[in-house]
Ligand binder design. Structure first.
Ligand code: NAI
Length: 245
């Protein structure tokens, strides 16, 4: 897929799935603005890795849960690039606990980052995309949105919310040749699930018909397809990358 000349924003680009997505876009010729929450060391490493790509990958700190920071990020992007072609809402966190034991702060933070963050970024991206009457927005959701999982009321609600939001946004912007879709990865080997015990990893792998976890690159391939010009008639859809889960 060729993204030469396209400008792409990926949130949470310094680790795991977001990192694979950012690098895949750069390798396909795009200029990428990758954001991260707070891990400066991971940001520095990604910048090092992007050196061969002639400055086509910039790493920018921006907490997606802070609407002011998101606005400032997009003001900067507009001043430098005028508009963008693709936004990938990948930034996400987990703060698991059964509901009876879940701190209100953990409920709120997960909703703030995963759901409100997706909205703040999408709103600003749409404002820029409307100028050129073209755009692709992809949210990274999760099968937990429809399956649910004990200990993940906050996470599952945030991921289900992303899907409802995506369907509404898709209807709002379709006439302007902007599409909004979701990619729903199953178990993907990243830091997000690094806290699982060996026993749980074995059990979860057994639940997956493919009998293995996916890789960040396998998710990136699906994102690039939905973000390509070829996917022009796919709007309001959820593409599952789950090994058949
Ligand atoms: P990760 O923990 O490896 O990376 C998360 C990224 O989000 C990091 O770059 C971090 O800097 C960024 N981030 C966190 N809070 C932020 C904030 N407030 N503002 C800006 N950036 C922030 O996680 P992973 O596994 O790469 O997950 C990426 C996305 O994929 C998340 O939305 C996650 O919910 C989703 N997902 C992951 C699955 C998995 O099995 N790993 C399965 C299904 C969905």
């Amino acid at each position: 897929m060729d993204f030469s000349g396209q400008k792409v924003v990926v949130s949470g680009a310094t680790r795991g799935i977001g990192r694979a997505i950012a690098l895949a876009f750069v390798e396909a010729g795009a200029t990428v603005i990758g954001t991260y929450g707070g891990d400066r060391e991971a940001a520095r490493q990604l910048e090092q890795e992007a050196l061969p790509f002639e400055g086509r990958l910039r790493v920018q700190r921006c907490d997606v849960a802070e609407p002011r920071q998101v606005e400032e990020l997009f003001q900067k992007i507009e001043a430098e690039h005028d508009t963008i072609d693709v936004l990938v809402n990948n930034a996400g966190i987990r703060r698991d606990a059964v509901a009876a034991m879940m701190a209100v702060e953990d409920w709120q933070r997960v909703l703030d980052v995963n759901l409100s963050g997706t909205f703040y970024m999408s709103k600003q991206a749409i404002l820029l995309m409307l100028k050129q009457k073209y755009g692709r927005i992809v949210h990274i959701t999760s099968p937990m949105a429809h399956m649910g999982f004990a200990g993940q009321a906050n996470y599952a609600a945030s991921k289900a919310g992303q899907i409802g939001m995506m369907r509404s946004l898709a209807k709002e912007v379709a006439k302007r040749k902007i599409t909004v879709n979701c990619v729903s990865p199953g178990f993907i080997d990243t830091d997000l699930i690094a806290d699982l015990t060996e026993e749980l990893r074995r059990d979860y792998k057994n639940m997956v018909p493919a009998k293995r976890f996916g890789s960040p690159g396998e998710v990136a391939a699906a994102v690039l397809f939905l973000a390509s010009r070829n996917a022009s008639y796919i709007n309001g859809a959820v593409l599952e990358v789950t090994g058949g889960l």
